[in-house]
Design a protein around this ligand. Structure first.
Ligand SMILES: Cc1cc2nc3c(=O)[nH]c(=O)nc-3n(C[C@H](O)[C@H](O)[C@H](O)COP(=O)(O)OP(=O)(O)OC[C@H]3O[C@@H](n4cnc5c(N)ncnc54)[C@H](O)[C@@H]3O)c2cc1C
Length: 368
């Protein structure tokens, strides 16, 4: 067997894996974007121009030997990748790391970092002039966005609507939900729980234009701008050949304990796209990458893959701007709730930017 590894997707999992294998394999990283997007800091980038320059890292700094093919995979099978431009990339090992889609602004839909940054700037200008902002969904993204908006524009009226009866869909410890509710209420954020809207707002998301909506329970909300803060969806529809059978009806891809796609000994999947039963997180995607790097090295050396991945426990970190927030993490005697100071220390302060500046070599984020 040869030495070529096709990594499809250069997000948290794919970038880490491509980097780990670069010295010993011929790595081809396929991604239509010109830069890695540090999604964890995307919402800070939305409200803060300085931050919007800090969340893109050009792929150039990631690989010394390998190459980045700037194209979208439209078909992935056990022998390689076919791209939207009609390129066929044959490979000895294939790793699916295509992640998931999420409505803007939590995830970027532009493949050019410059265009993505311009879109953030336009949305920021719309937000700056909007007195009332409606956020649909009080999960981690809705809460984090409410925190960023109220830190950047104190006193801005933000209303979070969610069909569940509490933030985070009622999941996690009650203390966690209580402190997040309290911190946001102190900033003037309002919650409308227990009922979804009876119809989508009559204005496109992110556009500033006054509108009125009602929940099914009859609560009226007036706003100038809205965003959808729910709707994550794994990106796996390019799987073909024998791999298609590993794709579940929800789009997640089955993997075994070595993160190998069943029935395809040379194909792995990592990150959000997998059906690994754990919260979908960048940290998990990076850990998957380390496991798969070892297992591909074992296969290339003629051994069986030995490194096993154990799903991570429930954990959530919700920064509310650069000073607030709360988290739930595993502790020695069960889950524990961390307050604003510790959440800021873990995530809120630099939003983990330093870690990715290091991975991408330059130490300096690439501004699109
Ligand atoms: C607002 C927000 C905040 C978050 N905060 C945290 C946090 O604090 N901590 C944490 O652990 N997690 C956090 N997450 C979750 C985290 O972002 C995801 O778990 C992580 O992005 C998953 O990494 P991934 O490598 O699987 O996929 P992604 O990061 O989604 O990367 C996938 C890559 O694949 C590429 N791609 C997609 N389709 C194709 C194709 N057909 N061909 C080629 N390339 C393709 C994309 O362009 C992209 O570059 C947050 C998510 C959001 C939205």
């Amino acid at each position: 067997m040869g030495n070529t590894v096709a990594v499809v997707g250069g997000g948290y999992g794919g970038a880490a894996l491509a980097n780990a294998l670069d010295a010993d394999f011929d790595v081809v990283l396929v991604d239509p974007k010109d830069a890695f997007v540090h999604t964890v800091a995307a919402l800070r980038g939305l409200v803060d121009e300085d931050w919007s320059r800090r969340i893109y890292f050009g792929f150039d700094g990631l690989l010394r030997r390998g190459r980045h093919v700037r194209d979208r995979a439209v078909a992935v099978d056990e022998h390689g990748v076919t791209t939207a431009r009609g390129l066929r990339l044959d490979a000895d090992y294939v790793v699916l790391a295509t992640g998931s889609s999420y409505p803007y602004p939590a995830k970027q839909h532009d493949d050019d970092a410059a265009a993505a940054r311009d879109r953030h700037a336009a949305t920021r200008a719309a937000l700056a002039g909007a007195e009332r902002v409606l956020l649909l969904g009080a999960g981690p993204v809705g809460l984090e966005l409410a925190g960023e908006i109220t830190e950047r524009w104190p006193g801005r009226r933000v209303v979070l609507v969610d069909p569940a009866d509490d933030v985070l869909g009622g999941r996690y410890l009650p203390e966690l939900r209580a402190t997040l509710r309290e911190q946001l209420s102190e900033r003037g954020v309002e919650f409308v729980f227990g009922s979804a809207l009876d119809a989508e707002p009559p204005v496109p998301f992110g556009v500033r234009r006054p509108f009125t909506v009602h929940t099914r329970a009859g609560v009226r909300v007036d706003a100038d701008l809205w965003f959808r803060c729910y709707g994550v969806s794994p990106l796996s529809d390019m799987l073909g050949g024998a791999l298609a059978a590993a794709r579940r009806s929800d789009g997640h891809v089955e993997v075994d304990e070595h993160l190998r796609v069943p029935g395809a000994p040379n194909v792995f999947a990592i990150g959000d796209v997998t059906a690994v039963p754990e919260p979908k997180r960048s940290k998990a995607a990076s850990e998957h990458a380390a496991v798969v790097a070892e297992n591909i090295a074992a296969l290339a050396a003629g051994r069986k893959p030995e490194r096993v991945y154990r799903p991570g426990g429930e954990a959530v970190l919700v920064p509310l701007g650069s000073t607030g927030g709360a988290s739930q993490v595993p502790g020695p005697d069960g889950p524990v709730v961390l307050g604003p100071a510790e959440t800021v220390r873990h995530k809120g302060g630099d939003l983990l930017v330093g870690r990715y500046a290091e991975l991408f070599g330059s130490g300096e984020p690439v501004a699109g």
